[in-house]
Design a protein around this ligand. Structure first.
Ligand code: B3K
Ligand code: ZN
Length: 884
């Protein structure tokens, strides 16, 4: 294994100007002719040409049409006799390379592979080298012409990037299509698709009057699930034009769905390839969450067309240049599509919840890395929540520092300067600062960029002091950040703290605009507010203005004031989470058996939120959902996962029982039966009705009441959409009611031909609350089910990841059986799909925090994986870091 370091970056020794690819597609043996025009990069000392390749069979190499000598070195094809190496030999030259590969044997799903009889490609980050020998690095940008040849019956649709310029018949029932991409691009954005597909089409006219053809390609039976993806695509095109003045730069924009895909989707130029999970939806098969995810992933990939494709990354360390920025853009897009301000806030809370439950643990664990990493063994391991979600928060902080208009100005300058280039995160930050010379960002640019270079989640401690005689309130803020691998000491971060002050009645105190945003730049700073008549309650980090942990010794009374009154919906929700967390931590620390962790004041506060007349349903659902086990565990030095699970379950049962009548009201008042629309408002009503039903079934489990499980079963059968149906099914499964079995059987029978729905069926069972260790045996049974197939990433995730990564109460078993299962699956999956295996390997990242006997057993399980001689770089890097 070799470590790649950011500081070792060197520009390429050659440029590739044009690429002509010709494919003879055959699942067993595809022939690829790659004809390139190259020239030496005069800025770099003359040296041999080294082309990357992986699992290719090389047939022939021609330079300027003639045979030439070459050698192989660690997978690379090395040409040291090139004309341009001779003196004054800087003239362009052509290189033709003939190779073959075996797409049907490609189980890694990187490069060219076959899924259900259709050819697909995935090249990011380094998959293009599995298609042909190339300078497989993002700073080499070329113009592509692609000819696809294949059997016409089996592969009637032949797609690649750009525009179709020619197509026709060939001998022997074969046909061809020739595509020209008008834009230069790095090879990771190359794509081809060939198979039996149908397309939903939509013609649109952009603001500038240009016409475009939008297409969503799916398998013939799935046409009835493409409307939402197309609507999302049209909304994305309109939004990028309206908000950033960025138009669609292609005549044709295609999305193609495949059921075998390692991640969510891929932004290949003009030919996005998607996991079916993020394309296919109708009200009968997809939940509100699916609809929302499709909207944001379609948006995300579309927005990459500018942030990623027009301006790309110089090297893979700059990944967040495109990913952080594009996540920020898709989050803003989803928020801007919300008609109501309350729905925007709900989206923000959901995004922060992801950050805190997934990224904060990453930042505190063995895989912690800066938003711009300094080194990697396998780049695929660095498509992380840090690079994506924390990266998006870094961009959002910049917007906070320059304002929304200033940010739009900065984006404009960024494209003026860098369109068509491969650049670094510094270029982006510099453009934002230069476009806003009077802003705090311009003043603080260098220290601000520590967000890119320092890993770890800063903790900000806030302490308020009220001086009644002087009518003065002083707030002192202190920051610190724990060491992370390779970074013992940290410089202070630039932390924008949006804030407000409330009086004891919950009224907002008037503050000047500059007082509402404080930028913390030192280790410790104080803010003074004069003319304050009584001790205020500070509302800090409004809207989650920075990705930090805020420590503040609020009293319960203060939190109750914030929960009931804060004008900032995020902090209103946060106050409720703090109250719940405080109770959870107390019950975890208390000796003896878990006993009623919740007190009357908390329960009454929750009742007031649930019954509130003006709060909307989506917010109520979030506020009444307790912090996750993962989030609770992160607050502890030493974690006993069973104790955490027991406490949280006890809290849920208490809420279910104490608010029984309120849950009945909530269910009856929010279970609409009208036509389904996936808008945030009605989705919020369904979410609250779903939570209420789950609580009612949980309560029934304790009381032995049969009415609510019966109603849930009825609801399950009669539901007019998947959200309501699945929520009812889930309520029965989570309550472990005898009717759950029957409902599961029925559900499977109803959707036996809907792969994405079966994924839900598997995931629900593998993620169910553990009762006396019953989940692991159930998971093993699910793996023996005829519909289980570990080689399909969605299916593997729905069973194995739902258990190992998303069900801590069932996974962390005192008998270590969960860990043994995990190690077996990591080793097994690694043999055919290292990327998926490496994700699974991350399930034990936080093993050092575990109490015994979990800690020792987890360590052993990781060591067992590490002891394998035949491990991929992907898994090797994860387990090595976990043990170091
Ligand atoms: N850029 C791709 C991710 C590729 C992952 C490669 N291991 C999807 C996205 O972020 O939009
Ligand atoms: Zn992306």
């Amino acid at each position: 294994t070799t470590v790649v370091r950011r500081e070792d970056y060197a520009p390429p020794a050659y440029w590739i100007d044009t690429v002509e690819l010709t494919f003879d597609l055959d699942p067993a043996k595809t022939r690829v002719l790659n004809r390139m025009a190259l020239r030496r990069n005069p800025a770099v000392p003359a040296q041999p040409l080294r082309l990357d390749g992986e699992e290719l069979n090389l047939a022939r190499v021609l330079v300027n049409g003639a045979g030439c000598s070459f050698k192989m070195d660690g997978g690379q094809l090395v040409l040291d006799n090139l004309p341009s190496l001779e003196e004054h030999g800087d003239a362009p030259f052509t290189l033709e390379i003939f190779t073959t590969c075996a797409p049907e044997k490609n189980s890694q799903l990187m490069g060219l592979y076959v899924s259900q009889g259709t050819f697909f490609t995935q090249c990011e980050a380094e998959g293009f080298r599995r298609i042909t020998y190339f300078l497989d690095r993002p700073d080499v940008m070329a113009s592509y012409t692609v000819t696809l040849r294949a059997d016409k019956q089996r592969y009637p649709v032949l797609l690649s990037n750009g525009n179709l310029v020619e197509s026709g018949e060939l001998a022997d029932g074969r046909h061809f299509a020739k595509w020209v991409d008008p834009h230069r691009k790095p090879c990771y954005l190359f794509a081809l698709v060939a198979g039996q597909l149908v397309a939903r089409e939509q013609r649109i006219v952009s603001r500038g009057g240009q016409e475009h053809l939008l297409q969503v390609y799916v398998r013939p039976g799935d046409m009835d699930k493409t409307e939402h993806a197309m609507n999302s695509l049209m909304a994305s095109v309109a939004w990028d034009e309206a908000r950033f003045g960025l138009p669609l730069d292609l005549e044709r924009f295609m999305i193609v769905a495949t059921s075998d895909f390692n991640m969510g989707a891929m932004e290949n130029k003009g030919l996005n390839i998607f996991n079916t999970k993020y394309v296919l939806a109708n009200s009968a098969t997809a939940t509100d969450t699916d609809f929302a995810n499709i909207e944001s992933v379609v948006g995300h990939e579309y927005f990459h067309n500018w942030t990623g494709n027009r301006v790309t990354c110089r090297d893979w360390f700059q990944l967040s240049l495109k990913e952080g920025l594009t996540v920020f853009r898709d989050q803003e897009f989803s928020m801007d599509l919300c008609a109501e301000a309350s729905a925007r806030a709900v989206k923000r809370i959901e995004d922060v919840r992801v950050l805190r439950t997934a990224q904060f643990p990453e930042d505190a664990g063995p895989m912690a890395h800066p938003v711009r990493p300094d080194s990697y063994v396998e780049i695929n391991n660095f498509y992380t929540v840090t690079v994506y979600e924390k990266g998006a928060e870094v961009v959002r902080m910049m917007q906070t520092l320059v304002g929304r208009e200033g940010f739009a100005r900065g984006m404009k300058l960024y494209f003026e300067r860098h369109d068509g280039q491969a650049v670094t995160c510094d270029h982006f930050a510099q453009a934002l600062a230069d476009a806003n010379p009077d802003s705090a960002l311009a003043r603080l640019l260098e220290p601000f960029k520590r967000w890119y270079s320092q890993a770890g989640t800063p903790r900000v401690r806030a302490e308020g002091h009220y001086d009644a005689a002087a009518r003065r309130y002083t707030l002192s803020l202190t920051q610190r950040c724990a060491p992370t691998p390779g970074q013992a000491l940290k410089q202070p971060f630039v932390i924008p703290v949006a804030l407000g002050l409330l009086d004891a009645e919950g009224r907002e105190l008037p503050l000047a605009p500059e007082q509402r945003l404080f930028v913390l730049t030192e280790v410790s700073q104080s803010l003074v507010f004069d003319g304050v008549d009584s001790e205020p309650v500070p509302s800090l980090l409004r809207g989650f203005s920075a990705p930090v942990v805020l420590e503040c010794d609020y009293s319960d009374e203060q939190l109750l004031i914030l929960l009931a009154n804060d004008s900032d919906p995020f902090n209103r929700w946060e106050a409720g989470q703090r109250l719940a967390l405080r109770r959870a931590l107390a019950a975890i620390a208390a000796p003896g058996a878990v006993d009623a962790p919740l007190d009357a004041a908390f329960i009454e506060a929750m009742r007031a939120v649930l019954r509130h007349e003006r709060l909307d349903a989506a917010f109520k659902e979030l506020a009444l959902t307790l912090p996750s086990e993962t989030y609770i565990a992160e607050q502890l030095e030493v974690v006993d996962p069973q104790r955490v699970h027991a406490v949280r379950e006890a809290m849920r049962e208490q809420l279910a029982t104490a608010l029984q009548a309120d849950w009945v009201w909530a269910y009856e008042a929010h279970k609409d039966n009208g036509a389904y629309r996936p808008d945030p408002l009605s989705a919020g009503r369904r979410a609250l009705a779903g939570l209420a039903l789950a609580m009612l079934c949980l309560q029934a489990r304790r009381s032995g009441d049969a009415v609510w499980p019966g109603k849930a079963y009825q609801r399950f059968k009669d539901a007019g959409n998947m959200t309501d149906r699945f929520n009812a099914l889930s309520a029965l499964v989570v309550a472990d009611h005898p009717l759950a079995r029957e409902a599961l059987t029925r559900f499977h029978a109803m959707f036996r031909d809907e792969a994405l729905v079966l994924d839900k069926w598997f995931a629900l069972q593998a993620g169910a609350p553990d009762r006396g260790g019953n989940v692991l045996p159930a998971v093993k049974q699910l793996m023996a089910h005829r519909d289980f197939n570990p080689r399909n990433p969605n299916r593997a995730r729905s069973v194995i990841f739902s258990y190992c990564n998303a069900n801590p109460g069932a996974f962390h078993r005192a008998d270590a059986a969960g860990y043994v299962f995990w190690s077996e699956r990591v080793i097994e999956i690694d043999r055919f799909n290292p990327q998926v295996a490496a994700r699974l390997a991350r399930a034990l990242d936080r093993w050092r925090k575990l109490a015994e006997p979990y800690r020792g057993a987890a360590r052993e399980a990781i060591a067992r994986v590490a002891a394998q001689t035949e491990l991929s770089n992907d898994v090797r890097e994860v387990v090595t870091r976990a043990l170091s």
